[in-house]
Write a protein that binds this ligand. Structure first.
Ligand SMILES: [Zn+2]
Length: 50
């Protein structure tokens, strides 16, 4: 997909972001989280994937 070249979509806000952090939700789904949504992910106790 061409869109991959232009950044990935944040799982939470659905906006494109250049460098999303990866988190795993409580059922093991990998999520891409933009800088704006990191605090939201932290609050939901999603685990950060390094
Ligand atoms: Zn976001």
């Amino acid at each position: 997909m061409l869109s991959k070249l232009f950044g990935e979509k944040c799982t939470i806000c659905k906006h494109k972001c250049k460098k999303p952090s990866k988190y795993m939700d409580d059922i093991g789904n990998e999520m891409k989280v933009c800088v704006k949504c990191v605090s939201y992910a932290e609050r939901r106790a999603y685990r950060k994937i390094h």
